[in-house]
Every structure is written in C-alpha cells, then in structure tokens.
Design a binder for this molecule. Structure first.
Ligand SMILES: [Zn+2]
Length: 468
C-alpha cells in the first residue's frame, strides 16, 4: 500500500514536471550586402559593414496545452509586414500558431532598416537583408522548438537605477525652443541644454525583470531580461551594431551558459522617454563603445547577483492572448497643414525652426495616409510572470501603470516595439505637455491611444492570469 502511494506520488510529480518544456536558439541575421541605410537618426547614415553581429534570439515554451514563442531581434524597429511574413513561416513549419508568437526589436539605433522606405524597396542590398531578417526570425523559432526539453523556470528582478534618465524636461525661462510646427508652446523639451533644465517630466523604471529557463536536469536553456532603456550607443556610425543589448546577452551567456545552446536576450521595456544621458551630473568623455560596455556590465552583474537567489519551479502554466485593436491616426489641423506646405516651399529652410522640413513631410504623410491603424497587442503568461507587448516606443509611465495594475502582481513587464511599429506612445498627460515624443509624425496614434491600449492589455492579463 505504502509503495503504491509513493509510486503514485512519484508519477504525479514527474508527470507535472514533464509537462512544461522550453527551448531556445539564436540565428545570425547580420547583413551580407552593403551599403545599407541605418535608421534611428534624422540624417542619412550609410552602414558599410557590421561592427558586431546581429541576431534573432528565440525562446519557445510549452505547458502541454499552449505553445508560444518570443523572439528578440537586433534591429531598431521592424515593420509588421516583415514580422507577419516570419510568423507565416513559423505557423507553417512549427506547431506554434501565428498569434502565439511575439517578435520584438531591441531598438539598437545602429541597425539596418526594419521598415520599407521608397528608397530601399527595390535596392538589392536592402531586399537581401529583409529576406535574411524574415527567414532568420522564423529559423530561430524553428530551431528553438526542436530544442524543447522538459524544463523549469524562475523569475527575478534586479534594480539598476543608475543608468536611466527621463529625457523629457521642464525648463527654466528661455529653455523651450519653437517646435518644428512653428509653435512656441511646448512645455517640455527632449535632451535639452543642461544649463536650463528644471525637473524631469516623467519617471524612470529601475526594474530589470528576467525569466530564467533551465532543463529539469539543470542545464541552462535561456534567460530573457527586460529593462526600460532606449539604447546606449557610442558605436562608430559606419557599421551596424546590436548595442548594449547584445553585450549584456554575451556576458550572461558566458556566466551561465556553460553548455552550448544557452541563449540570453535583453528585451526593451517602456523606454520611449528614457535614455542613458546623465543630465544633472555630466560624465567625462568616453571612448567609443565604452559606455555600452559599462551599462551592459553593470546590468549583467546585477542580474547575475539576483539570479543566485531565484527558485526554479517545474509546474508552470503558459497562456497567451492576442487582440487586434483599431485606433485612429492623428490628423493635422488646417493650421499645421498650411505651415507644412509653407515650410516645404520656402527657399531657405535654415530660417525655419529645427527639423521643420522633416516634420512638414510627416504632417502631410499623415494627412494623406490611412485614417485608422490596426495594431497587435499581446498578453502572455509564463508561470507567475505576465508579459504585455505594444508595437510602439512606449513612454515609461505606461509600463509602470501596467505593472501596478496587473493581476500578476510583482512580476509583469512590457516588451515594446513588438509585432510592428506605430511611433511613440505618450499618455494624454504627456500629450498636453508637448515635446518631441508627442509631435505629429513622431507620434501617429490618437491622443487616447495609450488609455485604450492599457485597458485592453489589462483585460487580456486578467484572462491569462486565471488560465490553468
Ligand atoms: Zn529610438
């Protein structure tokens, strides 16, 4: 009788443990043909080489009922058309449904283009890269699925408040510049001159959440981290680079992944207004690459420290919800349209406010473009960890609000720039303050977009939180 009971208990335990499985893979997606137009700047920058390799890094999780994939890609932002193309391949070649795949860009600002432009659509080097990007994302998931093994997971949080700064500032008298629409009434300014700063216009989020996956035999599989920092930079601009995101991944892989096949990745949190510039206490001049190595090293150290204390569990529930939300695109006012046309017709653009011509083009693009936008929102759960995804450069306070209101308390984070790219996402409060992140063209979705997105994501989190 006693033996039978022990045997039954053993079977229940081993069965439960065997249900959760995880696998990971990374695929090199470094461009092979040059030159390529880099994105992440208002100026044309041509990359003629790779400073360091770019990857698509994937994890696949399965609890016996739901199988999902998360892919973090070394790019600045990726158009939904390319992500959907990759998902179509994944749906065909794996057991993962297209709406169970999250694909996000890290937001390195020294990346090849991830979106179509009139100037890159027919160019040979760009076409070749886009093909490599799509196939690389799909391949990472295909291999990660093949690598599935019985697994355990742990969640941890490290704190790194030192490397993040809210870049939107209330200014002292005389600190606000006329914006590109000829309007002097912005009340905050991005990356302003130091001598006139007063106080930041928003918070920062020091939390670095991480999900750690290992086999039931203790073999490390993957670590997915999330930090709300736009990017670091400092890379020579003649070559593409994966920035600090990949340096962090490399350090974690070195420390934890003694076995080949362990994959670490850093996803971007809600960092639309968060950068690595210390406004109040200027740093001394650093050599190229130094800053990105410093940030990666500090974040990796803190994560590894926190990782020592986490508890792995085998009985893990996986769930995922996807919703397509239709939002209005912003429409410029008659006054803004008139100003844009005037700005484009003017003989000497130097007499106009900074970036007036660039924004005049964006204003008219919005006027002539679609009135609505369908965006992809996702909420997923791995154990007690909740992950939401938004296809925008999300201002920090939105991520903090999602964390505070999530039913998966203490363990929810957002991956931004996922499943497409729809500009900056400020709150209505930030819209009222004005500044770069709210400008027509930088921010294309309606003013209430963040409220609608938050409401949908919290409803979706409620759903995944109760699934078993
Ligand atoms: Zn950016």
């Amino acid at each position: 009788m006693k033996t039978k009971l022990i045997l039954t208990l053993f079977l229940i335990t081993s069965q439960t443990w065997a249900e959760f499985s995880a696998g990971a893979a990374k695929v090199n997606i470094t461009p092979q043909q040059w030159p390529l137009q880099m994105i992440g700047s208002f100026h044309e920058r041509l990359a003629t080489k790779a400073h360091d390799p770019l990857h698509a890094r994937a994890i696949v999780c399965d609890d016996g009922k739901t199988r999902l994939a998360i892919v973090i890609v070394d790019n600045c932002l990726i158009g939904r058309n390319y992500i959907d193309a990759a998902k179509a391949i994944i749906a065909k070649k794996t057991k993962i449904r297209a709406d169970r795949v999250l694909v996000a860009a890290t937001h390195t600002h020294t990346a090849p283009p991830g979106k179509d432009r009139p100037t890159n659509r027919t160019d040979k080097a760009h076409k070749a890269y886009f093909k490599r990007l799509v196939n690389g994302i799909a391949e990472a998931v295909i291999v990660a699925e093949k690598n599935l093994m019985p697994a355990e997971m742990a969640h941890g949080v490290a704190l790194v408040p030192e490397e993040i700064f809210n870049r939107r500032w209330h200014m002292k008298e005389g600190g606000i510049a006329v914006n590109p629409f000829g309007d002097p009434n912005d009340t905050v300014r991005m990356n302003p001159p130091r001598n006139l700063i007063e106080r930041p216009a928003g918070p920062t989020d020091p939390e670095v959440h991480f999900v750690s996956l290992r086999g039931v035999d203790g073999r490390p599989i993957a670590l997915l981290a999330n930090y709300s920092l736009h990017y670091v930079g400092g890379v020579p601009t003649d070559g593409v680079s994966a920035d600090y995101f990949a340096v962090f991944a490399g350090l974690i892989e070195k420390a934890l992944g003694k076995d080949k096949g362990f994959v670490a990745m850093m996803s971007n949190g809600t960092s639309g207004d968060i950068n690595n510039i210390s406004f109040r206490v200027p740093r001394g001049r650093q050599k190229p690459l130094e800053r990105m190595n410093d940030v990666a090293t500090l974040v990796a150290e803190r994560v590894l420290e926190a990782h020592k204390k986490v508890k792995f569990q085998g009985d893990i529930t996986v769930a995922m919800e996807q919703r397509l939300l239709t939002l209005k695109n912003r429409q410029p006012t008659a006054k803004q349209i008139t100003y844009a046309k005037k700005a484009l017709a003017i003989e000497d653009p130097k007499t106009l406010p900074r970036l007036a011509v660039a924004y005049a083009n964006r204003t008219l693009t919005l006027t002539n473009g679609p009135r609505e936008e369908e965006i992809v929102l996702q909420a997923l759960r791995i154990g007690e960890v909740g992950i939401t995804s938004i296809p925008c450069e999300v201002l920090c306070e939105i991520g903090l609000s999602l964390k505070a209101n999530s039913p998966l308390a203490q363990s929810t984070f957002t991956i931004e720039l996922a499943n497409g790219h729809n500009g900056y996402l400020p709150t209505p409060r930030q819209h009222a303050l004005g500044g770069y992140e709210t400008w027509m063209g930088t921010c294309t979705l309606e003013i209430l977009a963040s409220e609608k997105i938050k409401k949908a994501l919290l409803e979706m989190l409620e759903k995944v939180a109760v699934s078993d």
